[in-house]
Design a protein around this ligand. Sequence first.
Ligand code: FCB
Length: 448
Amino acid sequence: MTTIEFSKELKWGAATASYQIEGGAREDGRSPSIWDTFSHTKGNVKNGDHGDTACNSYHLYKEDVQHLKELGVDLYRFSISWSRVMPEGTGELNPKGVDYYRNLIEELIAHDIEPMITLYHWDLPQILQDRGGWESRETIEAFKEYAEAMFKEFGDKVKSWITINEPWCASFLSNYLGIHAPGKQDLQAAVDVSHHLLVAHGKAVQAFRKVVPDGQIGYAPNMGWLEPYSPASEDRDASRRGMLWQKEWFMDPVFKGSYPEELLQIFEKENAFLKLESGDLEVISQPIDFMGLNYYSGSLGRHKEGSGLFEVEEVPLDNRRTDIGWPIYADGFFKVLVNLRETYGEIPIYITENGACYNHEVQEGSVNDQERIDYLKQHITSLHRAIKAGVPIKGYILWSLLDNFEWAEGYDKRFGIIHVNFETLERTRKESYHWYKNTIKNKGFPLT
Ligand code: FCB
């Protein structure tokens, strides 16, 4: 029998994010974030869904930690709701908000689960958005203040931190494509936001070194993979261009201290310009301890004139898609990992998210989500191949522990290995939960 086996050193985890699971939106002094505003504005989210209650993890976190414990994970990646801990966006901390995370952290540690905190998983306090949000450089300073306060509160117990989740989504998807909060369609705004997010990342890293010198910090960009449709140079060029705004735009500044010239030119043709201030690139390129990677999907990239900014058409490898419509491309996961090492060197990598959307429901007490297991098997096999190819991978963190509020898709799209009934909030472990538990226990799985 063919088996896939990992070393004992690889860490296994599961991930969630504050707005997607917590609920308690108006409790204990939390102020609204841009996602409260966006989701409560008609037409932005499917079925008018919002995160007011979500999975109610604000109250049920102990139950969630119990599921993590029995799953056997080494670490749990969760995010802090900025507007819960610092309702004014800057200044005073909200003691009840801080307590929620302190209790969660203590509960995790008591169960031998390492907490990994994401500082920014998209829920900017609305009060800061009202002052220009990430388009304004003031938000950089606000983020630094918030980050520093969190390092001081939790840095004695929490040693693994992520500054920004998916800066591409927080900038281009949210401000150019208009799909996520704040829902703008303005390329210049998106370019400004992307740069400010990176400067904010760098400033947080600087603060971290002073407050938590024994900790590790990184960020979590998302990336798909575009494999050239053919070896023809026009397909190779188109694929490379298609990757630029997810990969080089968010990685070159951090690891090379510069933005990619080719993309600056593409943006300039659209009248969007990078507004660089002196010292920005030094701040952004602070050494970090690891790179996160969120990987879900990929395609073949084929040259097509007139198709958007990059003249690339994304052709799925075959007709297999998850229930959110994203093409499945497990080999792309291997390819992107190998490519990242070739481009940026030996920086340790955590897979900070990987997982699949399948909308199975509970039937007679169980959820048979074999498709999710298949997806995980394929992708974790790619991960294994990447490790064998010498990519320094430190951990694999599955998205997601729970079905949750899937942003613009609302509650219809389920990524959890635990089913959540959004009426009763009852949790039911899926077959994939049991499969992942065995995989963690055995450090691998049979490839049948
Ligand atoms: C990523 C997000 C995460 C989740 C997954 C499915 O883009 O970081 O919050 O929505 O996709």
